[in-house]
Design a protein around this ligand. Structure first.
Ligand SMILES: Nc1ncnc2c1ncn2[C@@H]1O[C@H](COP(=O)(O)OP(=O)(O)OP(=O)(O)O)[C@@H](O)[C@H]1O
Ligand SMILES: [Mg+2]
Length: 588
């Protein structure tokens, strides 16, 4: 058994919850089978008994019986489809929930490596495909094979030789569906890959629409989209060619066998060896047999197609979460907010270290600026405090406790962070601020917004805090979004507050006000501000200067300006020019 077929079994556990419904579907299938198999026999009775004896009453009785059986079978069939649908939706829900939980348990690396298209396809394509397959696989196998064997037995009882011809249908069909399944599997792989590319492209396109418009990239994007689409359509075309050939081959095989049976059966009737009723019944059974064999073939194809989705899902589910709570991890309350990096080494890739054995500490309730050239590792350092990545070596401690001994939930719940990119949801301003503290009151929301200098502009909006972000009518600016993101970080009154270039779109006056507000409202909290703006850095008590992967230095912002040439270089354009150099630019 190959890897993808084997992955089908990984999802069996989703069936256990629905075993009662599955049993009901199987029972229904087994009840429907004799009902369906009775109809051809009724045809035989009409021809051989009612018609031959010219018994009109018997004819009516058989017709009404047939109609009754038909209606009953149709009802049971619908009931069975409804139950299968319930199982499918249940598995869909369970699988989606587990996939979502699993995805959220994975480290950030996973999201850097995977495209949004892949995740979108897992949720919108693979989960429904696997659920649909699992919900009906076992009942289908049982019902189809019961029906197949029953028909063969009946035909065998009616005429042995004809039954032998009919027997050929199954292996022939199996053989060609087996070959077809292998091709189908390959094409499905490619089809899923191309669909993922398109989904990923579309989701990126929407978030980059401003760029597309500003650079007049519409034509270029249409070309890119069509290139992606062409690849997918090519796969679709191959798929439909294969399906057409498959349908044609199947019907030709079935027809040839049917013709042989009709010829031979007709010959037997002509010779008086077999009754016309028998032949009619055999022909109807044969049609049923073809339908059953065809369904088995299609089932085999479904196994091939679904196994691809199973394989993709199994790959994602098989990724072991790297950042998890230790068995003995505890919910530590961060009381002081003192941070310590002890011999920390970290790199995203093996040969590209961002930090090599760095050690430093940030005192409780201190107000610090983290500075350094672009790409030196400031954001990375903050991510390590939140334990978003696993260290290569060393320890990060908060209040003297290794953060690995804290549960991830308790660690992250007590740290407030606002980033340069505000990452707001397409929801009301109020709900965006409440994101970090769902149970906060409206008063708390407004207080946080006031500290972030956001309350005034929010209140000026027609819908105030209920304004939906992203609704075109009340589009808000980048700076306004950043202030909402800051309010979101403040509302939970964190013991450690991190602003990573979170005010980069604001004017320095507003930035100054926010820093002052925060400093006075969060006297007991540790505040870390990352900024490329000297005015903001100067407002902090201490600056931590990340010079290179090995070295982090600390001093007051003013001391750095006086003593450190590299630091001066960093802020060269913002350090006030000496009067004589300023004079050069003075107009006459
Ligand atoms: N997810 C990632 N995968 C691989 N490398 C990364 C990743 N994120 C950052 N890096 C690399 O790590 C280094 C540090 O990046 P980081 O974002 O921490 O810098 P920074 O100091 O915050 O820069 P900036 O001031 O521009 O925000 C850079 O060389 C960057 O290319
Ligand atoms: Mg950064």
């Amino acid at each position: 058994m190959n890897a993808s077929n084997a992955s089908l079994f990984r999802f069996n556990k989703y069936l256990y919850r629905y075993w009662k419904l599955q049993a009901a579907v199987i029972t229904l299938g087994l009840i429907i089978t004799p009902l369906v198999l009775l109809n051809p026999y009724l045809a035989k009775l009409i021809i051989d008994t009612a018609y031959t004896n010219k018994d009109l009453w018997l004819f009516f009785i058989i017709i009404f019986m047939g109609a009754g059986i038909f209606i009953l079978a149709a009802f049971l069939n619908s009931l069975s489809s409804y139950l299968v649908c319930r199982i499918r939706l249940g598995i869909h829900f369970d699988l989606s929930r587990d996939l979502s939980n699993h995805i959220h348990s994975l480290a950030l690396d996973f999201f850097h490596k995977k495209s949004s298209g892949e995740y979108l396809y897992r949720v919108t394509g693979d989960v429904p495909a696997v659920s649909a397959f699992l919900s009906n696989a076992i009942p289908q196998i049982i019902t189809l094979f019961t029906r197949l064997i029953s028909i063969l037995i009946i035909v065998f009882c009616l005429n042995r030789r004809l039954a032998l011809f009919a027997l050929f249908l199954a292996p022939l069909n199996y053989l060609y569906h087996h070959l077809l399944g292998r091709w189908l599997k390959e094409i499905t792989h490619r089809l899923i890959d191309k669909t993922q590319d398109i989904l990923g492209y579309i989701s990126e396109l929407f978030s980059h629409m401003y760029l597309v418009k500003a650079f007049d990239g519409g034509d270029y994007e249409t070309k890119r989209f069509l290139e992606n689409l062409t690849k997918k359509i090519y796969c679709d075309k191959k798929n439909s060619e294969l399906t057409t050939i498959s349908n044609f081959t199947a019907s030709v095989i079935n027809k040839i066998i049917s013709i042989i049976i009709v010829l031979y059966g007709g010959y037997l009737v002509f010779k008086g060896i077999m009754t016309l009723g028998n032949l009619a019944a055999i022909m109807i059974y044969l049609a049923q047999l073809i339908a059953v064999v065809d369904s088995i073939g299609r089932f085999y194809e479904t196994v091939a197609i679904s196994s691809v989705s199973c394989q993709y899902l199994a790959e994602v589910i098989g990724i072991k979460p790297q950042i998890i709570n230790r068995p003995d991890a505890r919910n530590y309350p961060i009381l002081l907010g003192a941070i310590e990096f002890r011999n920390v080494s970290f790199g995203y890739q093996e040969n590209k270290p961002v930090f090599i054995n760095i050690t430093f500490s940030i005192k409780e309730a201190s107000k610090i600026a983290l500075v350094g050239s672009s790409g030196c590792g400031k954001t990375t350092l903050l991510a390590l405090i939140l334990r978003l990545y696993e260290l290569n070596d060393g320890t990060v401690l908060i209040d003297g406790v290794d953060i690995k001994d804290m549960t991830l939930q308790s660690l992250r719940a007590q740290i407030g962070i606002a980033l340069q990119e505000p990452f707001l949801w397409n929801d009301s301003i109020k709900n965006n601020i409440l994101y970090s503290k769902e149970d906060a009151s409206m008063l708390e929301v407004m207080q946080a917004a006031r500290l972030a200098e956001a309350d005034d502009f929010i209140m000026a909006l027609p819908k105030g805090y209920d304004t939906i972000i992203g609704e075109n009518a009340y589009k808000i600016s980048e700076g306004q979004k950043q202030r909402i993101a800051i309010a979101r970080a403040l509302i939970k009154r964190p013991k450690i507050l991190i602003l990573d270039e979170a005010m980069s779109s604001l004017d320095s006056e507003t930035e100054d006000k926010i820093i002052e507000n925060i400093k006075s409202a969060f006297r007991d909290s540790t505040i870390i501000v990352v900024s490329h703006r000297l005015s903001a850095v100067r407002k902090m008590e201490l600056a931590y200067f990340l010079k290179n992967p090995l070295e982090i230095q600390l001093a007051t912002p003013e001391e750095f300006i006086e003593k450190d040439s590299k630091y001066r270089e960093l802020f060269a354009s913002q350090i006030e020019k000496a009067p004589e150099s300023a004079a050069i630019f003075k107009t006459e």
